[in-house]
Design a protein around this ligand. Structure first.
Ligand SMILES: [Zn+2]
Length: 406
């Protein structure tokens, strides 16, 4: 049994599994192999994804060159332009910054307005001013919603370099981004554990990682838990059927979950619920259950937390993860995640590594998820209200729809 525990499975996919890459596919085939070894019917569902490859990204000024990392999908550019700094980029700054490159903490103007502002490029700073030299390059985890949607070329630089630009009172910068977009393939891994009745509960988690690191807590840990649950239920089936979905290409825009929904549109009304595990295993952290549905599912999960004595905060909110497209498509959904202490919080960087995972935390979350499904399955009738509350619809439309909507 031990080799089917989450940490053992996690060790088997401890490598970079970038969305749409050969390594992502290798992980998919590995997971499929495990599921098949356990006697489950498991298959891959392939779909096309837009990939983005950075060939060159830097800025230079006063004879110094600084490493940079673009926001995904930023268009290529190669210019020499005036350099400006503003704390937060607002519409009122457009006139003075026109034709230039702007270093800012965040964009407070709408992407629509920014698009036509005449600003040629945006610089965002990330990292910490006290980082040691080995960290003196952008990790690529800073994100700005409006800059991203505006399509204005945006580069992230290290905060030490940003400080240097200010210190040197730089007037112009060379801003270069050479990147290409092309089509690739990703895949979901799907496996069924039939129960006595056809009604099917969904359990999912994405197995891809960002290209910067091995995505151990986000979400190797979650996928390892999903796999260990598939193993457990293959030996101890529930009354209801279970379907396990390992989503591909989550990190570049929830492609796996969105493909699943498109492909299985006719079946969605038959799923009473989806449990999505995304981010797990941090040695020091806190657990969160975020519902994309109505209060009846919030209450259900509060009950699970109380009865199983698992410390977790439960609420209804939007999340940038695979449960969101399901919630929007009418399948009552929730995401369970383990946050990290700020000193351990390395999601989407090369430091999301296995040594910061406590196997006991993976086991505890797996046990909670298994026991919760048992409690839910013990209910005679499952009819969580479908769709999104007005509050969630508003949250979805404000942000998620722009990022991930069709
Ligand atoms: Zn994730």
């Amino acid at each position: 049994m031990t080799k089917n525990e989450p940490f053992e499975i996690l060790k088997q996919i401890n490598y970079i599994r970038a969305s749409g890459s050969a390594k992502e596919k290798e992980a998919a085939i590995h997971l499929q192999g495990l599921l098949k070894n356990w006697g489950l019917n498991a298959w891959l569902e392939e779909f096309e994804v837009p990939l983005y490859k950075v060939e060159e990204a830097f800025i230079s000024a006063k004879g110094k060159t600084y490493a940079a990392s673009p926001l995904r999908n930023s268009p290529a550019i190669d210019i020499e332009a005036p350099f400006y700094y503003v704390d937060q980029l607002r519409e009122a700054d457009f006139a003075t910054c026109q034709g230039g490159v702007v270093l800012t903490q965040s964009v407070k103007a709408s992407h629509d307005k920014l698009k036509d502002s005449g600003i040629k490029g945006i610089l965002l700073a990330e990292g910490r001013a006290i980082d040691p030299p080995s960290y003196r390059h952008p990790q690529g985890n800073g994100f700005d919603f409006e800059a991203y949607l505006s399509n204005v070329p945006t580069l992230r630089i290290h905060i030490q370099d940003a400080l240097q630009l200010l210190k040197e009172e730089v007037k112009t910068v060379h801003f270069k981004l050479q990147a290409i977009t092309y089509k690739g393939t990703s895949q979901n891994v799907v496996a069924d554990v039939p129960g006595a009745v056809a009604e099917t509960l969904l359990v999912g988690g994405h197995y891809d990682s960002v290209p910067e690191g091995p995505g151990i807590r986000d979400n190797g840990g979650g996928s390892a838990i999903v796999a260990s649950m598939a193993y457990y239920f293959s030996k101890h089936p529930l009354t209801r059927s279970l379907r396990f979905i390992f989503f591909g290409a989550e990190e570049i825009g929830l492609y796996g979950s969105r493909d699943y929904i498109k492909r299985h549109r006719d079946e969605l009304s038959k799923y009473p619920m989806l449990m999505n595990i995304d981010v797990a295993g941090s040695a020091i952290g806190s657990n969160h259950i975020m519902v994309q549905g109505y209060n009846d599912l919030v209450r259900q999960m509060c009950k699970c937390v109380a009865e199983l004595n698992y410390p977790a905060e439960v609420n209804a909110r939007m999340v940038g993860s695979d449960s969101t497209p399901f919630g929007v498509a009418g399948v009552p959904s929730f995401m369970i995640a383990r946050g990290s202490h700020p000193g351990l919080s390395f999601n989407h960087t090369k430091d999301d590594r296995i040594e910061f995972v406590d196997p006991k935390q993976l086991d505890a979350m797996a046990e909670f998820c298994i026991e919760s499904l048992k409690l839910i399955d013990s209910r005679h009738k499952l009819a969580f209200r479908r769709g999104l509350t007005p509050k969630l619809t508003k949250e979805y439309e404000k942000r998620m729809k722009l990022l991930y909507g069709e």
